[in-house]
Design a protein around this ligand. Structure first.
Ligand SMILES: CC(C)(COP(=O)(O)OP(=O)(O)OC[C@H]1O[C@@H](n2cnc3c(N)ncnc32)[C@H](O)[C@@H]1OP(=O)(O)O)[C@@H](O)C(=O)NCCC(=O)NCCS
Length: 160
């Protein structure tokens, strides 16, 4: 289920942001004590920021944000998809299901909107997920000391 973040998600948010496994390809985790100190009690809410819930507990998050300033000119101004799941929820198809639902939501609120996604090429799971969701390669580039992939999901054309 996709829903807005809530106060009760705080521990799961900290787990997600402090997990070295989750951040292997994302520049490293944040220190847990710093997160405990600095994370507000009530999470920020905005359209496109989703918590993914399974059996009543948060297992991940999905972000659809307009990238006003992006590392790559091809992505600037476009909606960008990001996803982070807790390791215990990996490998069951949840990310694919939840991202597809978030992209459906976007199609409802902004019909015909293209979406971009950037990921490290070494992040095999993320690369596979991007392909599964219909993203195709725009370009590869080097940033943050790693090889990166920029994908684009073209607008869904209305069926005739
Ligand atoms: C990337 C991530 C979201 C994948 O989550 P997941 O729930 O395991 O993904 P799914 O189960 O929906 O799998 C989607 C596809 O990727 C494949 N996949 C997932 N992890 C994989 C891995 N480590 N190696 C190879 N393929 C993998 C799955 O097999 C599936 O493809 P298939 O249906 O053809 O078999 C998850 O590993 C994660 O949160 N990683 C840390 C955060 C991160 O790196 N985010 C990317 C930021 S750009």
């Amino acid at each position: 289920m996709l829903r807005e973040p809530e106060t009760r998600d705080r521990a799961a948010f900290i787990e997600l942001l402090a997990s070295p496994d989750v951040h292997t390809y994302l520049g490293g985790p944040r220190p847990r004590d710093e997160l405990e100190r600095e994370m507000p009690e009530a999470p920020e809410r905005w359209p496109g920021s989703f918590v993914v819930e399974l059996d009543g507990a948060m297992i991940g998050r999905i972000l659809l944000r307009r990238a006003t300033e992006h590392h790559r000119p091809a992505a600037a101004g476009k909606v960008d998809l990001g996803y982070l799941f807790l390791p215990r929820a990996w490998g069951f198809g949840y990310a694919a299901e939840a991202c597809a639902a978030a992209l459906d939501w976007l199609e409802g609120v902004l019909p015909g909107e293209p979406v971009v996604l950037a990921t490290q090429t070494a992040n095999v799971g993320s690369m596979r997920l991007a392909a599964k969701l219909g993203f195709t390669e725009v370009e590869r580039f080097r940033a943050w000391d790693a090889d990166q992939w920029l994908g684009l999901r073209p607008p869904v054309l209305p069926s005739a």
